[in-house]
Ligand binder design. Structure first.
Ligand SMILES: *Cc1c(COP(=O)(O)O)cnc(C)c1O
Length: 363
Protein backbone atom coordinates (compact mmCIF):
# COMPACT_ATOMS: atom_id res chain seq x y z
CA UNK A 1 0.00 0.00 0.00
CA UNK A 2 1.20 3.48 -0.70
CA UNK A 3 0.30 6.57 1.21
CA UNK A 4 -2.40 8.80 -0.20
CA UNK A 5 -0.95 12.19 -0.99
CA UNK A 6 -2.37 13.77 -4.07
CA UNK A 7 -1.62 17.02 -5.87
CA UNK A 8 -4.51 17.90 -8.10
CA UNK A 9 -3.46 20.26 -10.89
CA UNK A 10 -6.15 22.30 -12.59
CA UNK A 11 -4.96 22.67 -16.19
CA UNK A 12 -7.76 25.09 -17.08
CA UNK A 13 -6.56 27.46 -14.38
CA UNK A 14 -2.94 27.00 -15.43
CA UNK A 15 -3.92 28.01 -18.98
CA UNK A 16 -5.96 30.89 -17.62
CA UNK A 17 -2.96 32.22 -15.69
CA UNK A 18 -0.86 32.13 -18.84
CA UNK A 19 -3.62 33.95 -20.76
CA UNK A 20 -3.91 36.60 -18.05
CA UNK A 21 -0.19 37.34 -18.31
CA UNK A 22 -0.37 37.45 -22.13
CA UNK A 23 -3.34 39.78 -22.00
CA UNK A 24 -1.52 42.13 -19.65
CA UNK A 25 1.52 42.12 -21.93
CA UNK A 26 -0.65 42.80 -24.96
CA UNK A 27 -1.95 45.91 -23.24
CA UNK A 28 1.45 47.10 -22.04
CA UNK A 29 3.74 46.05 -24.83
CA UNK A 30 2.30 43.87 -27.57
CA UNK A 31 5.70 42.92 -29.01
CA UNK A 32 6.86 41.41 -25.72
CA UNK A 33 7.56 37.67 -25.92
CA UNK A 34 6.86 35.15 -23.18
CA UNK A 35 9.44 32.75 -21.83
CA UNK A 36 7.44 30.46 -19.55
CA UNK A 37 9.69 29.20 -16.76
CA UNK A 38 9.15 25.53 -15.98
CA UNK A 39 12.24 24.69 -13.97
CA UNK A 40 11.96 22.41 -10.93
CA UNK A 41 9.26 20.37 -12.68
CA UNK A 42 7.23 23.52 -13.30
CA UNK A 43 7.34 24.55 -9.65
CA UNK A 44 6.00 21.14 -8.69
CA UNK A 45 3.15 21.17 -11.23
CA UNK A 46 4.79 18.80 -13.73
CA UNK A 47 7.03 20.16 -16.48
CA UNK A 48 5.64 18.05 -19.32
CA UNK A 49 1.97 18.83 -18.73
CA UNK A 50 2.72 22.50 -18.08
CA UNK A 51 4.86 22.73 -21.22
CA UNK A 52 2.08 21.17 -23.29
CA UNK A 53 -0.36 23.68 -21.88
CA UNK A 54 1.82 26.69 -22.72
CA UNK A 55 2.80 25.28 -26.10
CA UNK A 56 -0.86 24.98 -27.06
CA UNK A 57 -1.26 28.65 -26.13
CA UNK A 58 1.59 29.74 -28.37
CA UNK A 59 4.36 30.36 -25.84
CA UNK A 60 7.52 31.83 -27.39
CA UNK A 61 10.00 29.91 -25.24
CA UNK A 62 10.02 27.47 -22.38
CA UNK A 63 12.71 28.12 -19.79
CA UNK A 64 14.43 25.27 -17.94
CA UNK A 65 17.38 25.26 -15.57
CA UNK A 66 19.34 22.23 -16.79
CA UNK A 67 19.87 20.10 -19.86
CA UNK A 68 18.10 17.02 -18.48
CA UNK A 69 14.90 18.97 -18.02
CA UNK A 70 15.04 20.07 -21.65
CA UNK A 71 15.74 16.52 -22.78
CA UNK A 72 12.65 15.21 -21.01
CA UNK A 73 10.55 17.82 -22.78
CA UNK A 74 11.93 16.94 -26.20
CA UNK A 75 11.42 13.24 -25.50
CA UNK A 76 7.77 13.97 -24.73
CA UNK A 77 7.30 15.69 -28.05
CA UNK A 78 7.57 19.35 -27.03
CA UNK A 79 8.53 21.37 -30.11
CA UNK A 80 8.67 24.90 -28.66
CA UNK A 81 11.94 26.75 -28.36
CA UNK A 82 13.65 25.88 -25.09
CA UNK A 83 15.93 28.28 -23.28
CA UNK A 84 18.40 26.36 -21.09
CA UNK A 85 19.33 28.73 -18.30
CA UNK A 86 22.10 27.19 -16.22
CA UNK A 87 24.00 24.46 -18.05
CA UNK A 88 27.28 24.08 -19.93
CA UNK A 89 25.99 21.12 -21.97
CA UNK A 90 27.33 21.22 -25.52
CA UNK A 91 26.38 18.20 -27.62
CA UNK A 92 22.86 17.83 -26.27
CA UNK A 93 22.12 21.41 -27.23
CA UNK A 94 22.61 20.55 -30.89
CA UNK A 95 20.99 17.14 -30.78
CA UNK A 96 17.87 18.55 -29.16
CA UNK A 97 17.65 21.96 -30.76
CA UNK A 98 18.01 23.95 -27.53
CA UNK A 99 18.88 27.60 -27.02
CA UNK A 100 21.58 27.84 -24.35
CA UNK A 101 22.16 30.82 -22.11
CA UNK A 102 25.86 31.62 -22.30
CA UNK A 103 27.39 33.12 -19.19
CA UNK A 104 31.08 33.23 -20.09
CA UNK A 105 33.38 33.33 -23.10
CA UNK A 106 34.74 29.84 -22.59
CA UNK A 107 31.27 28.36 -22.90
CA UNK A 108 30.59 30.47 -25.99
CA UNK A 109 33.77 29.29 -27.62
CA UNK A 110 33.00 25.62 -27.06
CA UNK A 111 29.51 26.02 -28.47
CA UNK A 112 30.85 27.86 -31.50
CA UNK A 113 33.42 25.14 -32.15
CA UNK A 114 30.76 22.44 -32.04
CA UNK A 115 28.47 24.51 -34.29
CA UNK A 116 31.30 24.88 -36.77
CA UNK A 117 31.86 21.12 -36.77
CA UNK A 118 28.21 20.68 -37.62
CA UNK A 119 28.25 23.42 -40.22
CA UNK A 120 25.59 25.53 -38.58
CA UNK A 121 24.96 28.75 -36.72
CA UNK A 122 23.65 28.35 -33.19
CA UNK A 123 21.32 30.95 -31.65
CA UNK A 124 22.25 31.74 -28.05
CA UNK A 125 21.27 34.15 -25.29
CA UNK A 126 24.02 35.82 -23.30
CA UNK A 127 23.64 36.55 -19.61
CA UNK A 128 25.03 39.70 -18.05
CA UNK A 129 25.47 40.62 -14.40
CA UNK A 130 23.43 43.61 -13.24
CA UNK A 131 23.11 42.97 -9.51
CA UNK A 132 22.11 39.38 -8.86
CA UNK A 133 25.65 38.20 -8.14
CA UNK A 134 25.00 34.75 -9.53
CA UNK A 135 25.83 34.12 -13.19
CA UNK A 136 26.63 36.36 -16.12
CA UNK A 137 29.29 38.56 -17.60
CA UNK A 138 30.41 41.21 -15.12
CA UNK A 139 33.45 42.93 -16.61
CA UNK A 140 32.87 45.23 -19.53
CA UNK A 141 29.80 43.35 -20.77
CA UNK A 142 29.43 45.30 -24.01
CA UNK A 143 32.93 44.37 -25.16
CA UNK A 144 32.60 40.81 -23.95
CA UNK A 145 29.37 40.40 -25.90
CA UNK A 146 31.02 41.81 -29.00
CA UNK A 147 33.74 39.20 -28.69
CA UNK A 148 31.14 36.48 -28.43
CA UNK A 149 29.32 37.95 -31.42
CA UNK A 150 32.54 37.67 -33.39
CA UNK A 151 32.57 33.90 -32.96
CA UNK A 152 31.60 32.76 -36.44
CA UNK A 153 29.10 30.06 -35.62
CA UNK A 154 27.03 31.75 -32.94
CA UNK A 155 24.20 34.19 -33.35
CA UNK A 156 23.28 36.25 -30.31
CA UNK A 157 19.52 36.10 -30.30
CA UNK A 158 19.04 37.50 -26.80
CA UNK A 159 20.74 39.25 -23.91
CA UNK A 160 19.40 38.62 -20.44
CA UNK A 161 19.91 39.50 -16.83
CA UNK A 162 18.00 38.68 -13.65
CA UNK A 163 16.32 40.86 -11.00
CA UNK A 164 17.54 40.21 -7.47
CA UNK A 165 15.30 42.44 -5.31
CA UNK A 166 12.28 42.81 -7.55
CA UNK A 167 10.20 44.20 -4.69
CA UNK A 168 12.60 47.18 -4.47
CA UNK A 169 11.72 49.77 -7.10
CA UNK A 170 14.97 51.73 -7.00
CA UNK A 171 17.21 48.70 -7.03
CA UNK A 172 15.22 47.24 -9.92
CA UNK A 173 15.43 50.52 -11.83
CA UNK A 174 19.19 50.43 -11.34
CA UNK A 175 19.42 46.92 -12.78
CA UNK A 176 17.17 47.89 -15.68
CA UNK A 177 19.34 50.90 -16.48
CA UNK A 178 22.47 48.77 -16.52
CA UNK A 179 20.83 46.51 -19.08
CA UNK A 180 19.67 49.53 -21.13
CA UNK A 181 23.24 50.83 -21.23
CA UNK A 182 24.43 47.51 -22.60
CA UNK A 183 21.65 47.62 -25.18
CA UNK A 184 22.63 51.12 -26.28
CA UNK A 185 26.27 50.19 -26.52
CA UNK A 186 25.55 47.08 -28.60
CA UNK A 187 23.32 49.03 -30.98
CA UNK A 188 26.31 51.12 -31.96
CA UNK A 189 27.91 47.95 -33.23
CA UNK A 190 24.84 46.91 -35.13
CA UNK A 191 23.88 44.22 -32.61
CA UNK A 192 20.13 44.19 -31.92
CA UNK A 193 19.21 41.02 -30.06
CA UNK A 194 16.14 40.81 -27.82
CA UNK A 195 16.59 41.78 -24.17
CA UNK A 196 14.93 40.32 -21.09
CA UNK A 197 15.23 40.72 -17.34
CA UNK A 198 11.75 40.47 -15.77
CA UNK A 199 10.61 37.54 -13.66
CA UNK A 200 7.01 37.52 -12.38
CA UNK A 201 7.49 40.44 -10.04
CA UNK A 202 9.32 42.35 -12.75
CA UNK A 203 6.19 42.36 -14.91
CA UNK A 204 4.89 45.23 -12.82
CA UNK A 205 7.72 47.57 -13.87
CA UNK A 206 6.91 48.70 -17.38
CA UNK A 207 10.48 49.57 -18.26
CA UNK A 208 11.62 46.10 -17.16
CA UNK A 209 9.54 44.43 -19.86
CA UNK A 210 12.08 44.97 -22.71
CA UNK A 211 11.41 42.47 -25.54
CA UNK A 212 10.56 39.39 -23.49
CA UNK A 213 9.64 38.38 -19.94
CA UNK A 214 10.30 35.24 -17.93
CA UNK A 215 7.40 34.58 -15.56
CA UNK A 216 7.54 31.52 -13.34
CA UNK A 217 5.68 31.81 -10.05
CA UNK A 218 2.81 33.81 -11.49
CA UNK A 219 2.00 31.10 -14.02
CA UNK A 220 1.30 28.90 -11.03
CA UNK A 221 -1.05 31.43 -9.50
CA UNK A 222 1.07 33.34 -7.00
CA UNK A 223 2.93 36.59 -6.71
CA UNK A 224 0.63 39.05 -8.44
CA UNK A 225 0.76 42.37 -6.62
CA UNK A 226 -2.28 44.10 -8.09
CA UNK A 227 -5.44 43.53 -10.09
CA UNK A 228 -3.73 44.13 -13.44
CA UNK A 229 -2.88 40.44 -13.55
CA UNK A 230 -5.33 38.13 -11.85
CA UNK A 231 -3.90 34.67 -11.41
CA UNK A 232 -5.09 31.87 -9.17
CA UNK A 233 -3.44 28.81 -7.66
CA UNK A 234 -3.89 25.63 -9.66
CA UNK A 235 -2.57 23.04 -7.20
CA UNK A 236 -4.61 21.40 -4.43
CA UNK A 237 -2.81 18.98 -2.11
CA UNK A 238 -4.86 16.38 -0.27
CA UNK A 239 -4.50 13.34 1.91
CA UNK A 240 -6.86 11.10 3.93
CA UNK A 241 -7.16 10.49 7.64
CA UNK A 242 -5.26 7.33 8.65
CA UNK A 243 -6.53 7.14 12.22
CA UNK A 244 -8.63 9.03 14.76
CA UNK A 245 -8.04 8.65 18.48
CA UNK A 246 -9.86 9.97 21.51
CA UNK A 247 -7.25 11.12 24.04
CA UNK A 248 -7.57 12.62 27.52
CA UNK A 249 -6.57 16.15 28.55
CA UNK A 250 -2.87 16.55 29.31
CA UNK A 251 -1.73 14.02 26.72
CA UNK A 252 1.55 14.88 24.96
CA UNK A 253 1.45 14.55 21.17
CA UNK A 254 4.45 13.50 19.04
CA UNK A 255 8.24 13.85 19.46
CA UNK A 256 9.41 16.19 22.16
CA UNK A 257 5.94 16.55 23.62
CA UNK A 258 5.72 20.06 22.22
CA UNK A 259 1.92 19.95 22.33
CA UNK A 260 -0.30 18.72 25.19
CA UNK A 261 -4.05 18.33 24.79
CA UNK A 262 -5.92 20.93 26.83
CA UNK A 263 -9.15 18.94 26.94
CA UNK A 264 -10.36 15.54 25.97
CA UNK A 265 -9.48 15.61 22.26
CA UNK A 266 -10.02 13.83 18.99
CA UNK A 267 -6.60 13.58 17.41
CA UNK A 268 -6.36 12.65 13.74
CA UNK A 269 -3.27 11.08 12.23
CA UNK A 270 -2.50 11.78 8.56
CA UNK A 271 0.02 9.77 6.49
CA UNK A 272 2.09 12.77 5.49
CA UNK A 273 5.30 14.10 6.99
CA UNK A 274 8.45 15.94 6.17
CA UNK A 275 9.47 13.08 3.86
CA UNK A 276 6.65 14.34 1.63
CA UNK A 277 7.77 17.92 1.74
CA UNK A 278 5.33 18.81 4.52
CA UNK A 279 8.02 20.89 6.15
CA UNK A 280 8.90 20.19 9.77
CA UNK A 281 8.83 23.92 10.40
CA UNK A 282 5.04 23.67 10.10
CA UNK A 283 4.87 21.79 13.44
CA UNK A 284 2.30 23.39 15.76
CA UNK A 285 1.79 26.17 13.18
CA UNK A 286 -0.02 24.90 10.08
CA UNK A 287 -3.73 24.44 9.60
CA UNK A 288 -5.44 21.90 7.34
CA UNK A 289 -9.03 21.72 6.09
CA UNK A 290 -11.27 18.85 7.17
CA UNK A 291 -14.95 18.80 6.14
CA UNK A 292 -14.73 22.46 5.15
CA UNK A 293 -13.26 23.61 8.47
CA UNK A 294 -9.75 24.62 9.38
CA UNK A 295 -8.08 22.58 12.11
CA UNK A 296 -4.55 22.87 13.53
CA UNK A 297 -1.55 20.63 13.14
CA UNK A 298 -0.58 19.61 16.68
CA UNK A 299 2.82 18.43 17.84
CA UNK A 300 5.97 17.95 15.84
CA UNK A 301 5.60 16.78 12.25
CA UNK A 302 7.18 13.33 11.88
CA UNK A 303 8.91 11.83 8.87
CA UNK A 304 5.76 10.11 7.57
CA UNK A 305 2.99 11.17 9.94
CA UNK A 306 1.39 14.33 11.25
CA UNK A 307 -1.25 14.81 13.94
CA UNK A 308 -4.19 17.20 13.65
CA UNK A 309 -6.78 18.26 16.24
CA UNK A 310 -10.23 17.15 15.09
CA UNK A 311 -12.08 17.84 18.35
CA UNK A 312 -14.27 20.54 16.79
CA UNK A 313 -15.28 18.49 13.73
CA UNK A 314 -18.60 16.66 13.79
CA UNK A 315 -18.94 13.12 12.43
CA UNK A 316 -15.37 12.90 11.22
CA UNK A 317 -14.24 9.44 10.10
CA UNK A 318 -11.14 7.55 9.08
CA UNK A 319 -10.45 8.08 5.34
CA UNK A 320 -12.09 11.50 5.25
CA UNK A 321 -10.28 13.99 3.03
CA UNK A 322 -7.74 16.39 4.49
CA UNK A 323 -6.73 19.39 2.40
CA UNK A 324 -3.19 20.55 3.14
CA UNK A 325 -3.30 23.25 0.47
CA UNK A 326 -6.41 24.32 -1.41
CA UNK A 327 -10.02 25.37 -0.80
CA UNK A 328 -13.20 23.82 0.50
CA UNK A 329 -16.44 25.68 1.23
CA UNK A 330 -15.35 29.07 2.55
CA UNK A 331 -11.99 27.90 3.81
CA UNK A 332 -8.74 28.28 1.94
CA UNK A 333 -5.06 27.51 2.54
CA UNK A 334 -2.56 28.88 0.04
CA UNK A 335 1.13 28.22 -0.58
CA UNK A 336 1.64 31.72 0.83
CA UNK A 337 -0.07 30.75 4.11
CA UNK A 338 2.05 27.62 4.37
CA UNK A 339 5.18 29.62 3.51
CA UNK A 340 4.41 32.10 6.30
CA UNK A 341 3.88 29.30 8.82
CA UNK A 342 7.11 27.56 7.79
CA UNK A 343 9.08 30.79 7.48
CA UNK A 344 9.84 30.27 3.82
CA UNK A 345 8.56 31.37 0.39
CA UNK A 346 5.67 29.99 -1.71
CA UNK A 347 8.16 28.76 -4.34
CA UNK A 348 9.62 26.26 -1.88
CA UNK A 349 6.20 25.15 -0.66
CA UNK A 350 4.91 24.43 -4.18
CA UNK A 351 8.03 22.50 -5.08
CA UNK A 352 8.15 20.52 -1.83
CA UNK A 353 4.50 19.47 -1.90
CA UNK A 354 4.07 19.22 -5.68
CA UNK A 355 7.11 17.11 -6.36
CA UNK A 356 6.43 14.44 -3.74
CA UNK A 357 2.68 14.02 -4.17
CA UNK A 358 1.06 11.85 -6.82
CA UNK A 359 -0.18 14.26 -9.45
CA UNK A 360 -3.63 14.15 -10.90
CA UNK A 361 -4.55 16.49 -13.74
CA UNK A 362 -8.02 17.87 -14.12
CA UNK A 363 -9.42 20.10 -16.85
C1 LIG B 1 13.30 31.16 -11.80
C2 LIG B 1 13.65 32.19 -12.77
C3 LIG B 1 12.65 33.03 -13.32
C4 LIG B 1 11.22 33.03 -12.85
O1 LIG B 1 11.10 33.72 -11.65
P1 LIG B 1 9.70 33.91 -10.92
O2 LIG B 1 10.00 34.78 -9.77
O3 LIG B 1 9.25 32.55 -10.54
O4 LIG B 1 8.79 34.54 -11.92
C5 LIG B 1 13.05 33.89 -14.33
N1 LIG B 1 14.33 33.96 -14.75
C6 LIG B 1 15.30 33.18 -14.23
C7 LIG B 1 16.69 33.31 -14.74
C8 LIG B 1 15.00 32.31 -13.22
O5 LIG B 1 15.98 31.56 -12.69
Amino acid sequence: MSRFLEAEINLTQLAENFKQIKQYLNEKKASCKTIAIIKADAYGHGAIESAKCYEALGVDYLGVAFFEEALILRESGIKSKILMLFDREIEGVFKNNLTPVVFDYKQAKMLSKEAEKRGMILPIHVKVETGMGRLGIYENPCNAIKEIANLKNLKIEGIMSHLSIAEDKDWTQNQVEKLMKIRDCLRKFGLTPIFHIANSRGLFYENALFDAVRPGLMLYGYGSVNSQIIVKPCMTVKTKILDIRKLPAGMPISYGGTFKTKRESLIGVIPVGYADGYLRGLSNKAMVIVKGEKVPVVGTICMDLTMIDLTQIKDVEINDDVILMGEKNQEKITAEDIATWANTIPYEVLICLGSKAKRKYIQ
